[in-house]
Design a protein around this ligand. Sequence first.
Ligand code: UT7
Length: 315
Amino acid sequence: MKIIIAGTGSALPVRSVTNDELAKTVDTSDEWIRSRTGIGARHIAGPEEELDVLGAAAAEQALARAGISAEELGLIIYGTATAGYVTPSAACRVQARIGAVNAVCFDLNAACSGFLYSMYTAESMMRMGRCRYALIIGGDMVTRYLNWEDRSTCVLFGDAAGAAVLAATDAEDAGDILSFSMGSNGSKGAVLSCRTLPEDHYLTMNGQEVFRFAVRTVPACIRDALEKAGAEKEEVKYFILHQANARIIEAAAKRLEMPLDRFPMNLPDTANTSAGTIPVLLDQMNRDGRLQRGDLLVLSGFGGGLTWGAAVLRY
Ligand code: UT7
């Protein structure tokens, strides 16, 4: 059995805030943000643009592109750390919006690695024969947990959701998810932390430590996943990495000794949308024709937990 990405979708809040606009209320500048991070603007959700609203919009596009109905889904996993509700889950709320009445639905919190962890979980369940079609969504509303007086964090994040329909198939010429390399290190959880208490709900981060962790871990888990897949890095068409900071992506490319043009970025427009970055970028690339069936792709994310992961797939 093979498991393919049958369709993708994405949704961004309407309001986009540029670095210059942010600099009117925060002690920062477009020059600082751009040169340190590659970020130019971020989308910030309004009160009506809840996580399930964005997730359902992304899901409906992914279903349409996959050519299946919501009733055919057996599983919905929403990778998110900012569901907004203790219960019902964001996945159940998406289910209600799209009418996926036959799906088992739950959220999965692996912070910025949420989409990869969701893919890892769905793939295992599909290989066991639990369902033929699964919807995985990655999305976050980090802006609701930011201290807008802390310039070291508030300039970095935006809101978004992206989705993919995974399909199990026996077709000879189909692609497949070939390997994963995943990990967690809870003993380092404090370097990127956010509680949900009414009096304490701001995200705090040791940026430099996260930076060092990412630059070390991302190339290592990509190498491991490629080895497990029996593939060479030169065969990879695109390395679709978590969009946290352009300098992290540049450092990963350098350590992997691969040209930067194989590392697409959407940081200038959407900033770090946590679990949203990988599926949103995947969908943008799908829509603008950069993804072709048969391409070898690497997806890799890292973030709070700490968590990280890489997947190698034949698109
Ligand atoms: O999904 C995972 C999420 N987290 C990450 O990806 C974080 C990874 N880390 C980073 O991206 C970088 O560490 C940052 C972008 C957060 C910070 O960049 P940096 O090059 O490590 O800067 P820094 O923390 O060393 O700060 C340098 C200076 C400091 O001033 P002094 O002490 O040198 O006077 C900061 O106060 O830059 C100052 N600074 C700012 N200045 C203008 C920090 N934030 C800002 C700001 N605007 N927004």
